[in-house]
Write a protein that binds this ligand. Structure first.
Ligand SMILES: C[S@@+](CC[C@H](N)C(=O)[O-])C[C@H]1O[C@@H](n2cnc3c(N)ncnc32)[C@H](O)[C@@H]1O
Length: 277
């Protein structure tokens, strides 16, 4: 028998791939998920023999670097919990900043919005629930991701129309948009070697990577199609790879967008590009 705090430290020490503090918070998340454990119980006695077998199975997954969101099947985004699966990217903090900016800048009622490459649906669902009665559409090439996005829409009671579309070869069947948003795949294949194994081994390659030959293919294609999809004065918002801020801004200007800006996230990295049609 040990206290929860002792258990936390001892289990965290078995996760050498993470820093101590991160390991402890992952273990505490797992214990809370399986046992309803709360920090206030930190000094209570904990009998490992009474723990459910699933907790030990999940801990083994954590040990090999599987992200906790995949283990628990859910992850937080903009104050809500989203179902995730191996077919979807885990929603990121940087993307919350993009969503926050769109909500802040667009207060009018009834705006028409499209999200391209929706994954869990975290962007369009958050916008549908936070903005003033918008009409929201979202597309993805992955049928499995779309299934998860639809489930999230149902569970969170968000009115979003999801459909299948390969943006590189097809044009979504919507028009007169006020807002077009996308966090498309943007990591060149050659950067794979510098990436953390828990992203590489578990997150879907389809959501992350683009060919080394043309890393901006999604931005160029979406900016081009955006001219048809957006109404005059409508806005295009991209999440970007910090390395390509200037290039994305240039291609947006070349495509005819005005007021193009590249903006830094809270970590001081260029993460958002925005322009007006
Ligand atoms: C970086 S993830 C973003 C997911 C989600 N929007 C988010 O921010 O968490 C890119 C998404 O684009 C989708 N995707 C990849 N290629 C695509 C294509 N050709 N057409 C449409 N969607 C595509 C992937 O399936 C993935 O869900």
């Amino acid at each position: 028998m040990s206290t929860f705090q002792e258990l936390l430290s001892s289990w965290a020490s078995k996760l050498p791939i993470y820093e101590k503090q991160e390991a402890e918070s992952l273990v505490s998340w797992l214990l809370e998920h399986h046992l309803g454990w709360r920090r206030t119980q930190i000094l209570d006695q904990a009998d490992e023999a009474s723990f459910p077998p699933k907790l030990f199975e999940d801990f083994e997954r954590l040990k090999i670097g599987e992200p906790i969101q995949y283990i628990m099947g859910k992850g937080p985004f903009y104050g809500r919990e989203f179902i995730v699966s191996s077919a979807t990217l885990i929603p990121r903090n940087e993307t919350e900043e993009l969503v926050h900016m769109i909500i802040k800048e667009n207060k009018k009622a009834g705006l028409r919005i499209l999200d391209i490459g929706t994954g869990t649906g975290c962007i369009p669902i958050s916008l549908a629930l936070e903005m003033n009665n918008p009409e929201v559409f979202a597309v993805d090439i992955s049928e499995e991701a779309l299934e998860i996005a639809k489930k999230n829409g149902d569970v969170l009671k968000a009115n979003v129309t999801f459909s299948s579309c390969d943006i590189l070869t097809q044009t979504p069947d919507v028009s007169e948009l006020d807002i077009l948003v996308s966090n498309p795949p943007y990591i060149p294949e050659q950067e794979k070697t510098q990436m953390h194994r828990n992203v590489l081994d578990f997150e879907p390659g389809l959501a992350l990577f683009v060919s080394n030959d043309d890393p901006l293919i999604f931005y160029r294609t979406i900016a081009e199609k955006g001219k048809q999809l957006l109404k005059s004065g409508g806005k295009l918002y991209f999440e970007i790879n910090e390395k390509y801020g200037e290039e994305v801004a240039e291609l947006m200007q070349n495509s005819g967008y005005s007021e193009v800006q590249i903006l830094k996230d809270l970590n001081g990295k260029y993460r958002i590009a925005v322009g007006r049609r």
